[in-house]
Design a protein around this ligand. Sequence first.
Ligand SMILES: Cc1cc2nc3c(=O)[nH]c(=O)nc-3n(C[C@H](O)[C@H](O)[C@H](O)COP(=O)(O)OP(=O)(O)OC[C@H]3O[C@@H](n4cnc5c(N)ncnc54)[C@H](O)[C@@H]3O)c2cc1C
Length: 462
Amino acid sequence: MTQLLPTPAPLDDLRAACTGAVLGPDEPGLAEAARAWNVRHTHRPAVVVRAETPDDVVAAVRHARRHDMEVAVQTTGHGFARATEGGLLLDLSTLVGVTVDAEARSARVLGGTTWEPVLAAASEVGLAPLLGSTPHVGAVGYTMGGGMGWLARHHGLAIDHVRSFELVTPAGEVQVASADSDPELFWALLGGGAGGLGVVTAMTIDLVPVSTVYAGNLLYPAAMAAEVVARYAEWIETVPEELTTSVVLMNFPPFPDVPEPLRGQSFVIVRGCWSGPVEEGEQWLRPWREWAEPAIDMFGPMPFSAAATISNDPVDPLPAALSTEWLTDLGPDVAGRLVDAAFAADGPPLLLFAEVRHAGGAVARGTAGAFGGREGELLLCLVAATPTDEAAAASEAHIRALRHGLADHTLGRAYLSFCDGEERRARTAEGFAPDDLTRLQQVKARVDGDEVLGCGLDLTTG
Ligand SMILES: Cc1cc2nc3c(=O)[nH]c(=O)nc-3n(C[C@H](O)[C@H](O)[C@H](O)COP(=O)(O)OP(=O)(O)OC[C@H]3O[C@@H](n4cnc5c(N)ncnc54)[C@H](O)[C@@H]3O)c2cc1C
């Protein structure tokens, strides 16, 4: 019997309607645009639209609807969830730009812009956006997940500072969502935005008056890890909200681009950012320096425009496995399990790092949107480098076993931005309080009942 292959939708009309490039099957650039930052994941679209304008987004969504295709949205691919197979991929990395209004302390950020230019433009006028540990993720994708960065305890989550979203609905219409215009959709986008509630073409956010911070890292030998984690758990009970910190169990890879003396070495790191008066920053780190001289001390005053150097996250795409839990405590049982998992006595490390971030403060007080972890004080983020399938399988099993061992010390909630791929979708319900999940599902059913935007979080009820 002759098998009938689906006829690819003609692209001429779409090309005529779009300013940006439209890439059909087998065209150069399609595979590259489809790949996620975490190179273990890739979309397999029939067509990619590199949107340059909101009209391109409208044309792409309407084309997809006409031809019964799903739409996947990707800016950087740092937060990949599910691959589209044969759908239309909207590549937003070409819809970029930022306008800062210093007087209004706000920025209008186009849908595919990373934090890098936003940070640069805001810094020029002594202001800062609420970016996270790396400026290389999409500002909108980061924000719609919650957005917890180095100013979180002082100023809250990124979702606490959004004034409005401009978007193209899954029906292909242009709309604004704000406190005054479809407030229910606005609420849902703040935390649940990766659930495919619309394609955000721009957002207007608050900027906060932060220019110089006291920030960096204190590195202690891995052998001191249990002691450092125990001290960290006590110390964070005493620090003010202007200080956002984490403790990191880090195995620096033995790669040539990792500088000596870090290359191939393991450390326990106290990391953070003081955003109060800079001259007061040193006093909050003094207990550590008085307790034990760090092997490397990189804490000091710095312009917030250099915030990327606090975590020094990798910039280039890499294969990785990641996972997360909100922890209820950092007592000896948790600390012991984390130290054992990060710094195994034998064999090469299975984790690149385990980081526990201190939340609370303005994060806990915030009320915007749907974010399931506000009550959490301790956010665990686990990352493994997975250069081969075998390494991926071993690291994933290791991470599963660690999470299982920590089960009595978790809130049962997930910060979904700290997981990706199948796990991100599968744990969607853990990302929200039950009532908020129901509310999000109702918004999803209203704005995207046909599941046109179905490649992010799973907000369906079926
Ligand atoms: C190295 C690294 C460091 C990180 N550090 C932090 C951190 O400090 N704090 C923190 O909170 N998070 C952090 N994250 C998580 C990050 O915020 C999420 O991965 C986020 O989803 C990335 O957004 P993106 O747009 O860059 O990724 P993408 O994978 O392109 O998008 C993520 C999701 O958002 C959707 N999306 C993106 N843009 C739009 C848009 N304009 N309209 C509609 N949907 C859109 C996509 O469809 C997808 O479902 C980090 C991630 C990595 C890999």
